[in-house]
Design a binder for this molecule. Structure first.
Ligand SMILES: Nc1nc2c(ncn2[C@@H]2O[C@H](COP(=O)(O)OP(=O)(O)OP(=O)(O)O)[C@@H](O)[C@H]2O)c(=O)[nH]1
Ligand SMILES: [Zn+2]
Length: 191
């Protein structure tokens, strides 16, 4: 796997001061966003956040992504750890396909049905870069912020110990209720 990594730079934000490092793998560029004290932590809090331009940037109410990112950045700034900004938009089908999936959702399909109808899997994410970031930042133990059993399985498969799981539950709204219910009932997310 050919991965290019940046130097570490400071990033002051509205949440607090972070340090960041970028990683480039093929056409995807990802980010490790670390608290100031990151290097001193034996088991940092870690959030793997998959990109959602419509949620993260535009404030879309169709999903819980922006609320989860906000929660994670606040939590990590206060408690120490790492947010991996994983640039796999739309569970890795890309923005154009996600918008097509949204058009199908406008006609009544749920998040999984829409993906399948377009010829994708229900979740096409690849977490390979996460392994590389864990190695690069020397993470052997962590406290994982997630509701997603697949992420837990993946981290465990790397031989990285999860000493605690912190739920990433945020306030729902009338536009994302179905999305959250589908994650709970069909994808096994723990709400
Ligand atoms: N294909 C598709 N992707 C979506 C949709 N809504 C959100 N996403 C993407 O889903 C990803 C977020 O993943 P989720 O499955 O919601 O949650 P998760 O991050 O795996 O799980 P948690 O760690 O518990 O939050 C981001 O890449 C979003 O762009 C949708 O309706 N269709
Ligand atoms: Zn989203």
């Amino acid at each position: 796997m050919n991965i290019e990594k940046s130097n570490i730079a400071n990033l002051p934000t509205r949440y607090g001061k972070f340090k960041i490092r970028a990683y480039k793998q093929d056409h995807q560029e990802h980010l490790a966003i670390m608290s100031q004290d990151f290097e001193t932590l034996a088991a940092p809090y870690v959030r793997i956040h998959s990109e959602c331009l419509t949620g993260d940037t535009l404030g879309s109410l169709k999903c819980d992504c922006q609320n989860q990112l906000d929660l994670a950045l606040k939590f990590i700034a206060q408690n120490g750890g790492l947010v991996i900004y994983h640039r796999q938009e739309g569970r890795n089908i890309g923005l154009l396909n996600k918008v097509n999936a949204y058009a199908l959702q406008d006609q009544g399909r749920n998040t999984i049905e829409a993906n399948l109808e377009l010829g994708f899997g229900e979740d096409d994410r690849d977490y390979g870069i996460v392994e590389e970031i864990f190695k690069d930042l020397n993470i052997k133990k962590l406290k994982l912020i997630t509701n997603n059993p697949e992420k837990i399985k993946y981290v465990e498969s790397l031989g990285v110990e999860i000493v605690e799981r912190i739920p990433a539950i945020t306030k729902s709204n009338k536009y994302n209720e179905n999305y959250i219910n589908t994650k709970k009932e069909k994808m096994g997310h723990m709400f």
